[in-house]
Design a binder for this molecule. Sequence first.
Ligand SMILES: O=C(O)CCC(=O)C(=O)O
Ligand SMILES: [Fe+2]
Length: 231
Amino acid sequence: MFLNAFAELSYRFVHLVEEAFGIPRGTFDSFFNKDAASTAADSTPKSDFLPPQHRLRLNFYPAMPPEQEGQGVGPHKDMAGWLTFLHQVGSECALDVQDRDGSWISVDPIPNTLVVNLGYAFEAATEGAARATVHRVRAPSQKDRYSIPFFMALPLELKLSEVRSRIPESVRAMRRKELENGEWTIDQKIETFLDPRWDSIGESVLRRFIRGYKETALKFYGQEVYQYYTQ
Ligand SMILES: O=C(O)CCC(=O)C(=O)O
Ligand SMILES: [Fe+2]
């Protein structure tokens, strides 16, 4: 139920994104299989895609005295793809997001609000115009902390080129123009997610994972797969 409520909220939010991009409301609906529910009169699914695998995670960070090393999360972008909706439980300040100049901004919890992060696929689909949110979590020293992110995904077989084709050129050109003007400072790295050799969201996520976690990847996928995705 919780997962469904998050999913519904995320679909409504995507309509706001469409509005911001100046494209018709519902442009992205078919990615989420929302119109795939069959009726007695029409049993053919209207979407070609399998339902995306949205995920909910429960994070627990035990409080540790400052002299002991606690458990936080290092700087990262969320891998699941499209958008993350994060519920920070309680009032502990621990989450930081990185500004474009590389400085860190503390995202203090505000009751009854969610933090929205952009994921890798969002950055890739907008050709870097909307940069995926780099964020980290500081280990708490006073009180235990919990957080509940909802990772809104895209169908694994969906091609990034297909997502891009629905995003207006006016948006996709933004980063290119900034690069040309020398205005872009720290983020040159969308290529780590994007590689035309692997255009599907699923393979891009797998490849990103394999590149990010060498030891785990070698253990579970073996040398051949590791080499294939890191060449
Ligand atoms: O605990 C948080 O505030 C963020 C957790 C997070 O970044 C993640 O689970 O990907
Ligand atoms: Fe995260």
